[in-house]
Design a protein around this ligand. Structure first.
Ligand SMILES: [Zn+2]
Length: 75
């Protein structure tokens, strides 16, 4: 009859775990195509930016809100 080992050491999480996450793991969704990362390519995404400007045209966003949105400040 095996005895459960109650002295197991919890898995160690490397100190640099967060810094090794690939950029692709940053959240981008249809509703929030822009992330908080100012160096991310999403802020250069013409299609996503065009959609934001369309929302301004439609009166859904003010120009100021659109700018903040593209810069990821509305998160
Ligand atoms: Zn991004």
């Amino acid at each position: 009859m095996p005895i459960l080992d109650c002295h197991q050491v919890p898995a160690q999480v490397p100190d640099n775990f967060a810094s090794v996450l690939p950029v692709e793991d940053v959240e981008h969704t249809p509703l929030q195509p822009f992330c908080w990362d100012g160096t991310c390519d999403c802020h250069e995404d013409d299609e996503a930016i065009a959609a934001v400007y369309q929302a301004v045209e439609d009166g859904l966003l003010t120009p100021d809100e659109a700018t903040d949105f593209v810069l990821g400040r509305l998160l």
